[in-house]
Write a protein of this length. Structure first.
Length: 343
């Protein structure tokens, strides 16, 4: 995989788990020469100051850090230019893996590798567990019990992953979103993944000592990690974490996140009217009113049907009553006739 117009700064990789001490060496990445750092004036187009004066200030991703994520074993630091970023590479080179790290930090139930599977409604074979363990392929095995296919992992036993996305605006305000997840033993069940979400109000760089203490002897001590972070906001659930970062980024409508998810995964927009309606327009309040009216109509319609059924039943019973009375009158006349004849 390569990155057009820049390069990825990669620190020395972390050694795999042995006795529980997973981290032996890690250095912070540096911005490559000639590459735009966050806060610098972008080359070409508007300057940051011009955007700020024009009211176009917004948070933009400036850095992605991953540690043991997918097939990227060890620590990788990817600076992101304000003017744009392009990942290029052959299939399987890791483009979607990096994008999925961002997706994991932004969406509660990420649809991994969505762009490559566009048009396929089935869920893909990627999951948080597959990224945590570094799944890289499958292997077919045959024994006396038959043939079965197993997933191959680059990280077995107890292991963890950490991903972080830093975003900055034109005033220099920075927010780092981070998730740390681990699994113990050899489990490959998604339900066995433990995770924690963090919001940091600074462009934090992954720290060797923080993760060494966290992972020491496979303890995965979130309290240790919290003490090593600069004033972290810690969340056990994505809902609380997501509400917090949407507040910081001033995202007032959750539909904006749907639009972001669509933009991240789409190869084409399809029908423009449907795209605008589903992803860019807020649902009018009249829709809720109409839905309530429809529910109330259903209730009224059912009540009306009940009344109609009762009326029909009443008419049916009345006809039966009249028939019984008529039969009784006829039987009485017949008995009277028989009695008169026999007299």
């Amino acid at each position: 995989m390569s990155v057009r117009d820049t390069e990825t700064t990669i620190a020395p990789e972390l050694e795999a788990f042995d006795d529980g001490s997973q981290i032996d060496a890690m250095e912070a990445g540096t911005t490559p020469a000639g590459y735009e750092s966050a806060g610098e004036k972008p080359t070409g187009g508007r300057s940051g100051q011009e955007d700020l004066l024009a009211g176009l200030n917004q948070f933009r991703a400036t850095r992605l850090q991953i540690l043991n994520w997918g097939t990227f074993t060890g620590y990788h630091d990817v600076p992101i230019a304000r003017k744009g970023f392009l990942f290029v590479g052959a299939s399987g080179s890791g483009k979607s893996t990096l994008l999925d790290a961002m997706v994991t930090l932004l969406f509660p139930a990420p649809d991994y590798n969505a762009a490559a599977r566009e048009g396929d409604k089935r869920r893909g074979d990627r999951s948080l567990m597959s990224y945590l363990r570094g799944a890289f392929g499958t292997q077919t095995e045959t024994d006396e019990r038959g043939t079965r296919t197993t997933t191959q992992y680059s990280r077995t036993g107890s292991t963890f992953s950490a991903i972080a996305l830093t975003l900055e605006d034109l005033t220099g305000e920075a927010v780092t979103l981070m998730m740390v997840a681990y699994v113990k033993g050899d489990s490959t069940e998604e339900s066995k993944v433990n995770r924690m979400y963090y919001v940091l109000r600074s462009p934090w760089t992954f720290n060797l000592q923080a993760f060494r203490g966290f992972a020491q002897f496979a303890s995965f001590d979130f309290k240790w990690l919290r003490r090593s972070l600069p004033n972290p906001e810690v969340y056990q659930t994505f809902s609380a974490y997501g509400e917090r970062f949407r507040e910081l980024f001033r995202i007032r409508d959750k539909s904006a996140m749907k639009l972001l998810a669509k933009a991240q995964s789409a190869k084409n927009l399809g029908d423009l009217n449907t795209f605008l309606r589903d992803f860019m327009l807020e649902e009018p309040r009249t829709f809720e009113t109409a839905a309530n009216l429809a529910r109330e109509f259903d209730e009224l319609d059912e009540a009306h049907r009940a009344v109609v059924r009762a009326r029909e039943q009443e008419e049916c019973l009345a006809a039966a009553r009249d028939a019984i009375k008529t039969r009784g009158d006829q039987e009485a006349r017949w008995r009277a006739g028989v009695a008169q004849r026999d007299a």
